[in-house]
Design a protein around this ligand. Sequence first.
Ligand SMILES: [Zn+2]
Length: 456
Amino acid sequence: MSTLIYGATVVAGDTIMEPGAVLLRGGRIEALLDRWEQPGEAFPGEAIDARGCVVMPGLINGHTHGVTPGALFPSAAHSLSRDRWMGHLDRHLLAGTTTVLSLCGLGAMADVREADRHHAVHVRGATTHLPLALQAAQASDGHGLTRAARELSVERMLEDGAVAIGELGGGQTLGGGGQDLIYIPEAIAKRTGIRVSSSQARRLKEAVLGRFIQTGALDERRLSDLAGETGLAGALPLGELAALIADTVLPSMEPALGAIRDGVRTALKLGVPAIVHSASATANVMRELMDETPSKGAQLIAAHANHPSHTPQEAYELAMRGKDKGWAAEACVFDLLHRRHTVQTREHWDRLLSEPDLVSVLATDYGKDGEHDELISAVQDVFNQGHRSLAGAVAMATTEVARLIPGIAPDCSKLRAGGAADIVVASAADFRDVKFVFVDGQCVVRNGELTEEAHR
Ligand SMILES: [Zn+2]
């Protein structure tokens, strides 16, 4: 059975075929064509008229969470239900992502293989099975840790198929967004019965620990104002409120920072990629590691270099310093383009992406409850804003990811004759309008809806 996708703008590596066609057969790309015959009745397969569309390789997302069973996030929170992690994979696939790297890091490869087996998206795994990362997880949460996962090591995980070390650090263990969303509101509700929002939690945290999450940064006046605003003033004395927040955030900080150091050194020793959580709370450690261990052999990646806990200037300077030392930078779309639940500004995004060759790859991270913006909308934005050419923007979510993380998608990051047929057909006007997705030549999204082949 053959499939001919014709009439589209085809992104084949650095070459744009406009219009072009792609012929699929036996799960592979048989040919890329700049001339083809209008298929008639005799064509032995399906012909897709893709005029008005862009055809690109299935996207590769090197930074996801919540796409497998097993411990969630660097805090090793309780695993998501099967419906939820399958649902997250559905969302990735419907938006043209055909390969994801789970950066939850403290699960087992059996969890990754289970997701990979049951969903058309290729699911790859990473590891942070380091003693200090486990300690940080247990200090902040740890409820999703299994005994088997606790006994694993980075080396064992790599032997078992993990393709990177990461995510080293995270908002949950480093006083970031994960604390604001989950742990601080939970601790306050448990003590007082009052539920604060994530933005209130963030402001309370910054009043107690400052933006760089340190002791000695308490701003009593600000804390008192916020306690009034949130109704906490009558519920517990200010000193206890400050202690409650500090005791929620701080215990995982030191081990999590130590795990970043250990993880990067291990990556350099073993020659595997490492993905490090970039945020204001990790800026000092990252600077120290960039200076101490210029990337040689291993690919060191600063995750979400555009993290909004940095100021735009701090984000820029840290990414530039990384670039000098051979680190790569990833820009995360979070939900800054469309949904804007967690990130309301695109200033950091544009600042970093407008600098030529500073950011190598794009990713999504998780957003609020997995409601990140689509990776494909990030590709389109980078192109529309003029930060990159179309081929350059697509490369940031395909070939560049595969180059930095060699095990993630060795065969399917580029459209080429003889290559694997992971292919996206999306409206040229709005890439989020994904019409068709093929994985290994099988149609898994048709007219914007999952087919039966999407789940296995
Ligand atoms: Zn992160």
